[in-house]
Design a protein around this ligand. Structure first.
Ligand code: ZN
Length: 662
């Protein structure tokens, strides 16, 4: 599971930036590119640098997999656009060419032709006639079936459709199910294969595409060497093997061995074994995720998109999360959840703050700021999980947000702004730690509850559970006692920004007329609106109008904490019992709809600030310095590469998959 950054991290700091490092980079469409600094990389010993070097190469080799997972025409479209972008013979100042450039930048950003967050298809600002003319001039043949995919709004309108009542599989462009397979068929296929009484079920379906075989029956095409995506997985495996001698510990070498075995066999039991070795490895300075991981892109929440992150421990900041993880049992015991749904024994919860060294696949360029893995319920129950907060990315978001004008526009008064400026960043970090390190790891399913029961609502409910755990505890005196919050007031900054984001400002990410689709956004809306509604009778929080502008006002922070606790108890019950009907009602009632009048107001206030609602990161560039024998003697890092140059280089050097993958 992962945690993405909220729309903004308000809190303006006035101190001048003394650092020459540039945190912000170019803007296009609704995107601002940022850079992150890999603090401490230069000081690492050569062994760790070399390890990171090979791991980041392995990370970048998976790029094409995600493009293909996000839609079966994506690789062909990207390659065609890149050809035009590089070889265009006309005037590069033309408005059509400029529109194509913007479209390509968005395709790169989303690893496909749909918005990375909202899932809706991009509308190109150039015409089909113009494109046909240009391609003819370049002597480039684009398959006829692809033109409507780009230009006809009715074809593949959504990558991952979550609209209640529709056939989510048929109406999603994501390439996890072959064309023509219905939701009912896919669900039946997997229900029939449920390993009934197995207390340690593998995560069925997570590493395959569902297709129809020559007899018309459904079958899985497994992502493995020799199978689907085999060419990319082979390259990744080779690089993981090159990295292996430089691993931090023998245990970490076992992690690599299990992972490469999984890439060779596609065997899900091997994947669980790999996950267990991975989560137990908490001592290594350098760590990585490389594989089929999160299932947000699959409308049925089963099939995992490929991603990778390579990182090393931020030792100082990790002390903070250690305080939480050693007290995990205390938090579990004191939570407002019914005792039937609590873990008797919190096992193997580890948490650390990491410095990201490279982002790839589904973590690039848009990324998570926290990760909690593995996702297997039984592995989590019996072995625990590993949680990370990505310190240098959070830091970069914060630096970019300061001075953006967001809080001046949307925070109700000076006093609240001061509170946020003073405690906002620290409490945000703390909420992320609580969400990842304790929230996702807390609670248990009742015996016999199928972990997939909540289906399309599963991701939203799970994120809500983790967020609520964090919201409830960020206000706990225990945190003051542990020295994690400076005083009993600091948490209010988090409550205010959370409510403001959930009720108002996250709407800047939604286009007029659309509903909320993405799991993390649905979760934030759900929590904020539920608490708003249920606190009405006691006036806990209200929306007030001043000069035509809507603001959140919180009148009773303590009562708000009580409401977060109440909702946490209910959400945990839904998860533990697998109450699909209640999950559906909660999400549909509070997490999906958008009030068009309020929406328009927020959009126009936001527009005047000239900000981009979405952010992503340009990766640093690593270069291996080699001696005459080819042995690595140093690895250097640079931050100069421009966004388009990086993407074109990746397309050239990590070009692992053919146009069509079936
Ligand atoms: Zn999460």
């Amino acid at each position: 599971m992962m945690l993405t950054a909220a729309t903004l991290a308000p809190g303006e700091k006035t101190q001048a930036q003394t650092d020459s490092f540039k945190y912000t980079d170019e803007q296009f469409a609704d995107i601002q590119m940022l850079r992150y600094k890999v603090e401490g990389f230069e000081k690492l010993p050569l062994r760790e640098k070399t390890f990171i070097y090979y791991l980041q190469e392995a990370a970048l080799q998976g790029r094409d997999i995600l493009f293909d997972q996000n839609g079966r025409y994506n690789l062909r479209i990207r390659r065609m656009l890149e050809k035009v972008y590089t070889d265009y013979r006309g005037n590069r100042q033309d408005k059509d060419f400029a529109a194509l450039t913007e479209y390509l930048k968005r395709v790169w950003f989303s690893s496909g032709i749909h918005h990375h967050y909202g899932c809706e298809k991009f509308v190109p600002g150039f015409s089909e006639t113009w494109l046909r003319g240009v391609l003819k001039e370049l002597d480039y043949t684009l398959d006829e079936e692809i033109y409507p995919v780009i230009f006809d709004p009715a074809v593949m309108p959504m990558r991952t459709n979550q609209k209640d009542g529709e056939d989510l599989v048929i109406t999603s462009a994501a390439n996890y199910y072959a064309p023509g397979i219905t939701q009912a068929e896919a669900e039946k296929f997997y229900t029939q294969r449920k390993p009934g009484a197995d207390p340690r079920p593998v995560m069925m379906g997570m590493n395959s595409k569902l297709v129809r075989n020559e007899f018309g029956e459904l079958a899985e095409r497994v992502w493995r060497i020799g199978g689907l995506y085999g060419q990319a997985l082979e390259k990744i495996t080779t690089l993981l093997e090159k990295a292996r001698p430089y691993a931090c510990t023998p245990e970490q070498q076992t992690v690599i061995d299990r992972l490469t075995e999984f890439y060779r066999t596609g065997d899900l039991r091997t994947f669980d074994n790999y996950s267990i070795h991975w989560l137990k490895d908490t001592e290594s300075l350098v760590d990585f995720v490389n594989g089929f991981t999160e299932s947000y892109g699959d409308p049925l929440g089963m099939k995992a998109s490929w991603e990778s992150i390579v990182n090393f421990k931020d030792l100082e900041a990790t002390e903070r999360t250690k305080k939480l993880s050693v007290n995990a049992q205390w938090f579990e015991d004191h939570s407002p959840v019914d005792s039937r749904f609590k873990k008797e024994e919190c096992k193997g919860i580890s948490a650390k703050v990491i410095t990201a060294a490279i982002l790839a696949g589904d973590l690039y360029p848009a990324t998570a700021i926290g990760i909690n893995l593995p996702n297997s319920d039984w592995v989590r129950r019996e072995y625990g999980s590993k949680s990370v907060t990505i310190g240098n990315l959070t830091d970069s978001y914060n630096k970019a947000a300061h001075g953006s004008g967001m809080d001046r526009e949307f925070v109700i008064d000076e006093e609240t702004r001061r509170l946020i400026a003073q405690y906002g960043d620290a409490c945000d970090d703390l909420h992320t730690d609580l969400h990842e390190c304790l929230g996702h790891g807390s609670g248990k399913l009742l015996p016999g509850t199928d972990p997939d029961t909540l289906k399309a609502y599963g991701s939203t409910i799970e994120e809500a559970r983790a967020d609520l755990f964090g919201l409830y505890y960020v206000a706990d005196p225990k945190l003051v006692e542990l020295g994690l919050t400076p005083n009993k007031e600091a948490y209010k900054s988090q409550y205010y920004t959370y409510m403001m984001n959930g009720l108002l400002t996250q709407l800047v990410r939604i286009k007029p007329g659309n509903t909320i689709e993405e799991a993390h956004m649905r979760n934030r809306a759900l929590i904020a609106r539920w608490v708003f509604e249920h606190g009405k009778d006691r006036n806990v929080t209200e929306l007030v109008k001043r000069k035509g502008k809507t603001y959140v006002r919180i009148n009773d922070y303590e009562a708000m904490r009580h409401l977060f606790g109440k909702l946490l108890a209910e959400v945990q019950r839904i998860k533990s019992e697998g109450d699909y009907a209640a999950a559906r009602q909660l999400v549909e009632d509070y997490g999906v709809q958008v009030d068009p009048v309020l929406h328009q107001e927020i959009l126009s206030r936001y527009e005047r600030l000239h900000l981009s609602p979405y952010k992503g990161f340009i990766n640093p560039v690593y270069t291996a310095v080699r001696d005459a024998e080819g042995k690595i003697t140093d690895v250097t890092i640079s931050y100069e590469e421009a966004y388009a140059d990086q993407m074109l280089r990746y397309s050239r050097d990590y070009n692992t998959l053919p146009d069509v993958n079936e």
